[in-house]
Design a protein. Structure first.
Length: 505
């Protein structure tokens, strides 16, 4: 967007652009979200920034009226496969908090100095400033949503000290943490510190851009592994291994309540892992997407128009753990969703007991080393089992490393040499791990079934759905949904984990 497109968006107070850019006003010294209800400033006094960190570094503080930090993030970090987009995905996952700028730069293949220069040029702020803005956003969320102690919030948000926390909140928001907490009404959320441990439970609201299609819950539910996951049409819960320990969480959608809230209930989490958990849950439910922009492009294709009208705001499921997602994709190749779920349930016996059990969830998905040692649990073709053990061994030994910071080309270069991994697997992993929005799985059986099910204008446009670019991953989700609604769809020779199951989105 150019300056005047952004200016028209703030003049219209359009909430669709909240989190996608920030408006700084020189005469007031504050920055706002595009939908801020304050009077539209003169264009000559406005500067637009890609990130709130850039506004911070330029000397602006957050608006107390519109709370620009209380919005969904920008979808650009998935659309962009450049260094800036890859870096932001890793920063949001807490890499700087864990490994510092040096660790972030090493993952991206640059020196810290080169990375700092690139991010300042592209985003207006360096990696430390971007991470600091993320900490401020997490801290604000915890301050206004929970009664956690201020010291706990400081460390949960990733600050190294309470003093650093106090200084940052004062600089970014222009008030003390206590004063910031007093600005928001209570929502019934709470925390509970476990006896003798550092785990904390809490309840938070997850912001998102409307519309929101809850079909993503059904997508996850039909793939849920007993003991590790549990899902319904409006909820999803699971255990998860994070850098500092295990966690257990549940996400629930309430379509009958004003605002249709998405609520995250964390059963237990090490405070140091909270930023990573929040980032991964948001990725899993694709909460930073811009559904109106996506739907507008998809609806222009007459093959997809009816599906978009029936399910506006469809989301693309992300991945809570990149290594786990590769395992699930490899297990699910050329079999139905139900068969893949059965095989993964058998494999789950190799997983460790969770240190945060509850609600019938008591195990963790097996780590690569556990899978490599549990080849006897794998059922099905011998070649598939050998390929999976080979990949798990490579991941456990550090010879295969990939994650949120990769781009599609780099991911392909790492995965395609693996035995048993082909273009479909790479595309599926790219969709769910990287959030790559423009993947089209042309040889997927359910995609072909979906095209036949929708029928309209089947030969009127290109077979690879290029008209839907750059949102072909979302077109794929609509085709899977259409295939799932077929009364008696059967897998073909190239069927995958996405072969239709009754009720699947």
């Amino acid at each position: 967007m150019d300056f005047w497109q952004r200016y028209r968006a703030i003049d219209a107070r359009d909430p669709r652009f909240d989190g996608q850019f920030y408006t700084a006003v020189r005469t007031t010294g504050i920055y706002c979200r595009p939908s801020c209800p304050a009077r539209t400033p003169k264009a000559s006094n406005v500067t637009f920034y890609e990130t709130s960190a850039a506004a911070h570094d330029a000397g602006y503080r957050a608006c107390k009226r519109c709370l620009p930090e209380a919005v969904p993030g920008t979808p650009a970090w998935n659309v962009r496969q450049d260094i800036a987009g890859r870096a932001m995905r890793l920063i949001n996952d807490g890499v700087i908090n864990r490994d510092g700028v040096e660790g972030l730069a090493a993952r991206l293949g640059y020196s810290p100095r080169q990375l700092n220069r690139i991010l300042i040029q592209e985003l207006g702020a360096g990696p430390l400033s971007l991470a600091r803005a993320g900490r401020a956003q997490t801290a604000r969320t915890l301050l206004v949503s929970t009664p956690m102690k201020l010291a706990d919030i400081a460390f949960a948000a990733g600050f190294n000290s309470v003093r650093q926390f106090n200084d940052t909140i004062a600089e970014v928001f222009g008030m003390t943490p206590t004063a910031l907490r007093a600005t928001a009404p209570r929502h019934g959320a709470g925390t509970h510190r476990k006896d003798g441990g550092s785990s904390t439970s809490l309840v938070l609201s997850l912001p998102y851009r409307e519309p929101f299609d809850p079909g993503i819950f059904s997508f996850l539910a039909v793939r849920a592994i007993p003991g590790i996951e549990e899902g319904t049409a409006t909820s999803y819960a699971r255990t998860l291994r994070l850098p500092h320990g295990d966690t257990r969480f549940r996400v629930e959608y309430d379509d009958g309540t004003r605002g249709r809230p998405l609520t995250l209930t964390v059963g237990a989490v090490d405070l140091r892992d909270l930023p990573a958990l929040l980032s991964r849950v948001r990725r899993l439910f694709d909460l930073d997407a811009d559904p109106e922009a996506i739907d507008a492009v998809l609806a222009a294709d007459n093959r997809l128009a009816s599906s978009v009208a029936q399910a506006p705001g469809m989301r693309m499921p992300g991945a809570l753990d990149p290594q786990e997602l590769l395992v699930r994709a490899m297990v699910g190749q050329q079999i139905t969703v139900a068969a893949a779920r059965t095989a993964l349930t058998q494999l789950a016996a190799a997983g460790s007991p969770s240190n945060a059990p509850g609600d019938g969830l008591d195990r963790l998905f097996p780590a690569p080393a556990e899978i490599a040692a549990a080849g006897h649990l794998l059922r099905g073709p011998r070649r598939r089992s050998e390929s999976l053990v080979h990949a798990a061994t490579a991941m456990a030994g550090g010879r295969l490393e990939f994650g949120y910071g990769d781009d599609v080309a780099g991911l392909s270069a790492k995965l395609l040499p693996l035995p048993g991994v082909g273009p479909w697997t790479v595309g599926y992993v790219a969709m769910r791990v990287l959030g790559a929005p423009d993947i089209f799985l042309a040889n997927d059986a359910a995609v072909r079934n979906g095209i036949r099910a929708l029928g309209n204008g089947e030969h009127a446009s290109s077979p690879d759905f290029r008209e839907a670019s750059p949102w072909r991953s979302y077109a794929t989700m609509h085709l899977w949904r259409a295939a799932a609604l077929l009364p008696a769809a059967r897998p073909g020779p190239t069927s995958t984990t996405t072969v239709p199951a009754k009720g699947m989105p």
